[in-house]
Write a protein that binds this ligand. Sequence first.
Ligand SMILES: Cc1ncc(COP(=O)(O)O)c(C=O)c1O
Length: 414
Amino acid sequence: MDLFEKLKNNRGPLGQHASIAHGYFAFPKLEGELAPRMKFRGKEVLTWSLNNYLGLGNHPEIRKVDAEAAAEWGLAYPMGARMMSGNSNLIEEFESQLSDFIGKPDTMVLNYGYQGIMSVIDALLDRKDAVVYDSECHACIYDGLRMHLGKRFVFPHNDIESCEKQLERATKVIEKTGGSILVITEGIFGMLGDQGRIKDIVALKKKYQFRLLVDDAHGFGTMGATGVGTGEEQGVQDEIDIYFSTFAKSMASIGAFVSSNEQVIEYLRYNTRSQIFAKTLPMPIVAGNMKRLDMLRNQPEHKEKLWTVVKALQSKLRERGFNIGKTESPVTPVFLSGGNNEAANLIIDLRENYSIFCSVVIYPVVPKDVILLRLIPTAVHTMEDVEETIAAFEKVSEKLKSKYYANLDINVTV
Ligand SMILES: Cc1ncc(COP(=O)(O)O)c(C=O)c1O
């Protein structure tokens, strides 16, 4: 069959819905200044979909540094991959500031989180090694694992007994191959908001020999007394052997980093293919990210404001009888019951009639007849935003219960 013919007939699990979803449920455009209130299809909506946790994305101090750095450097410099011609003093200075903050001896800045961690996993493991990982890990970890030619052992999400069983099996494998074991989990799981059980995994080091890699994309800047992340929150930052996070969430920028000891980071600098064979971050991004790190470290008020909003949102949702699962972080899931058509109609109603914009997750990502609305509070939301949203949620959940949405056709042209 012609390749293009195949793509016409099989559009993929999400692409098959493109004709109804595009521009509304998928690829929506939020326009205007980055803020809780933005425009969606020309109308103002209160948005809970941006991982701009600390509200730094549109902060005037940051806008100023971004603009000045762009004027000074342009977007081209430095050219090439860092190994060849794209290294700079500024990025090395940034790496040393990150190491200092994260509490690890060395750091490598990555040009993107997704490719970065995929390639870090690829670089760390060879076919003799075994990897043990949480089933709810992000797609980028799964994609990194797809490149691994040795054994992979998955444990059900946060199930430490099963993690131990998989470690036992992995240990038997490496005794034969002479390889090593890497365990991978996340700090905060981005869908449900619960924390990875890092402390419990670390405790297993007493019985098994392995190294631990933690992806703390949602925890960096939001968790722990000083915002270092979920390792700090659980008191085990030192026991995380390889710490990864992105700049795309609490820093509302782009790029990522990985921190560990000097020898591991030097190994990664020389072996991480997505960095060796791809262009480095442009100077304004590095300068802008340094400013963000400085604010994240030295202006605790942003994290404090975030948590004031998080606590208000989560406690009020619980008080009004909503099921928000086991979140232990700013990520706030709201679980409702209904089919996919009902979910689509509820989202249309929320956006068109209550001006609330949030993400929705439906079957097959969650079990059948579960509708998961996902709210991301930020430091720039207000108490009025919280009240307005909960009032709207009460109305739409009543309508859902009364089967109002089940009897509607899905119509995104409203
Ligand atoms: C857990 C996790 N890891 C990695 C990434 C990828 O980061 P980036 O957006 O910097 O590519 C994300 C982004 O959504 C994430 O949630």
